[in-house]
Design a protein around this ligand. Structure first.
Ligand code: ZN
Ligand code: ZN
Length: 115
């Protein structure tokens, strides 16, 4: 959920700038996002590893091109116009074997914009 209250923190995506908004990447897990990462999210899907804190950007067009699973493709296409930042339990650094499943199963949250 988009939330514009007073809470401020360092951006969870780049870890460099002060975040302007925060959102729930997963139920109960709040992350902070700065203006420039929010801007990046317009053209990239962003995943944040809840385990190590690394963030991953992939251009939306590339992600959609590579998806072969029709259900996943539909789900991501529906999010293509949103600023989507997903929390994942583990990333490829933490658990190379499982990352695909985690990404596929992660709950999608939109943080701004409309459907
Ligand atoms: Zn940032
Ligand atoms: Zn990780």
């Amino acid at each position: 959920m988009f939330d514009g209250d007073e809470k401020k923190g360092l951006c969870s995506v780049c870890g460099e700038r002060i975040a302007s908004v925060h959102t729930e990447a997963m139920p109960g897990t709040e992350i902070y996002i700065c203006e420039s990462c929010l801007e990046l999210a317009k053209h990239n899907f962003i995943w944040i590893c809840m385990s190590c804190g690394r963030s991953y950007f992939r251009p939306k067009s590339t992600v959609l091109e590579r998806l072969t699973d029709p259900e996943l493709l539909r789900a991501y296409e529906a999010c293509a116009d949103m600023q989507l930042i997903q929390g994942i339990d583990m990333c490829i650094e933490c658990d190379p074997e499982c990352v695909v499943e985690h990404v596929a199963g992660a709950k999608k949250e939109r943080i701004a914009g409309s459907c």
